[in-house]
Design a protein around this ligand. Structure first.
Ligand SMILES: NC(=O)C1=CN([C@@H]2O[C@H](COP(=O)(O)OP(=O)(O)OC[C@H]3O[C@@H](n4cnc5c(N)ncnc54)[C@H](O)[C@@H]3O)[C@@H](O)[C@H]2O)C=CC1
Ligand SMILES: O=C([O-])CC(=O)C(=O)O
Length: 341
């Protein structure tokens, strides 16, 4: 439910007469480590009719390449010349933004702020102008801050609708599912761990006690629990270290980005009750300075934010993680808002 893992039903849906299968999706940063595999996965999704692939380099090549996949959707690449960004955004209903610098070993996600805040701001300004009604999925880090930046851009443009702005935290849910099932011996797709808070280190709060396999690990406590929580919170570092200077998670992020987009596409195509953990404007901890927070969200039939669910029952160890998350997250949100002030 939280991982929104429905890729296996692609084929079935391709022939469903009720689905509209005509959604236009734009990827900004489409030629990057995430952008390329994400564009491929979107090209394979039968609910996508048109893919607009924008990047400051190589987007035409990526579009030509994925365009040879024999699925019905069309892929078109755009560079910055001749108003390419605006053209890419025209008619977009879902916009994914993986444009921006990835981490190198020794960096935190917050160290990316200076490089990525202005990239995301500029892309959001164009999106607010050309496709203000599109649903936006922000992947570029630091997500905790880039989402508030986009909100401010949209407010300044007078087109902000908090129901259409999402931070993509799905990789945390994907990792929690992979790591817990590895310990518990359960099927990853059936090991659906809600992960709330934000998307960096201590702001990532896995709620393992809310499913049977995780509850057992939480109740046993000790090193196994400690290491599992640490691995979910710092899984990104694991990939950055293994890639040894060549970037951060790209393939698993593309998979997670597709899961996020597919959840919206399914909701927009008539599936009711689609629910996923995602980082949105939220009343849950606004009084603690966290105007944005990831918790389970039920999507509307428009693929927008519907009901925002509270975090539910927490084990004392999870309450402690949440207590640590909130001040750190509030600081990240404040940094994003200050950048736009
Ligand atoms: N939300 C999440 O869970 C995750 C987020 N990320 C973040 O995603 C971002 C991208 O990561 P990678 O794809 O690995 O980086 P990358 O460097 O491989 O690709 C980034 C792409 O963005 C493009 N780009 C830069 N400025 C642009 C602009 N103004 N307009 C359009 N495109 C522009 C670059 O040309 C490049 O193709 C990073 O900030 C990274 O930290 C990475 C993994 C997980
Ligand atoms: O760790 C990073 O810098 C990239 C990222 O957000 C992740 O892998 O979760």
């Amino acid at each position: 439910m939280f991982a929104a893992n429905r890729t296996a039903s692609f084929a079935k849906r391709a022939f469903s007469s009720s689905s509209r299968q005509n959604t236009r999706v734009a990827v900004l940063g489409a030629a990057g480590g995430i952008g390329q595999p994400l564009s491929l996965l979107l090209k394979l999704n039968p609910l996508v009719s048109h893919l607009s692939l924008y990047d400051i380099r190589l987007a035409a090549g990526v579009a030509a390449d994925v365009g040879h996949c024999n699925t019905p959707s069309k892929a078109v690449g755009y560079g910055p010349e001749d108003g390419g960004l605006e053209k890419a955004l025209e008619g977009a209903e879902i916009i994914l933004i993986p444009a921006g610098m990835p981490r190198k070993p020794g960096m935190t996600r917050d160290d990316l702020f200076n490089a990525n805040a202005s990239i995301v701001r500029d892309l959001a300004q164009a999106a607010a102008k050309v496709a203000p009604k599109a649903r936006l999925g922000i992947i570029a880090n630091p997500v905790n801050s880039t989402v508030p930046i986009v909100a401010e851009v949209y407010k300044k443009a007078g087109v902000y609708d908090p129901k259409r702005l999402f931070g993509v935290t799905t990789l945390d849910i994907v990792r929690a599912s992979a790591f817990l099932s590895g310990i518990a011996g359960t099927q990853p797709k059936e090991t659906d761990v809600p992960v709330v808070g934000g998307h960096s280190g201590p702001t990532i709060v896995p709620l393992l006690s809310q499913l049977p396999a995780g509850k057992k690990v939480v109740e046993e406590g000790g090193e196994t629990l400690k290491q599992l929580v640490h691995r979910i919170q710092f899984g990104g570092d694991e990939v950055v270290k293994a890639k040894d200077g060549a970037g951060s998670a790209t393939l698993s992020m593309a998979y997670a980005g597709l899961e996020w987009a597919d959840a919206l596409l399914r909701a927009m195509n008539g599936e009711s009750g689609v629910k996923l953990c995602t980082y949105v404007e939220s009343p849950l901890y606004a009084d603690k300075g966290c105007e944005f927070f990831s918790s389970p969200v039920t999507l509307t039939s428009e693929g927008t934010v519907g009901e925002i669910h509270p975090v539910g029952d927490l084990h004392p160890s999870e309450q402690a993680l949440l207590d640590e998350c909130l001040p750190a997250l509030a600081k990240n949100i404040e940094a994003g808002k200050k950048f736009m002030a």
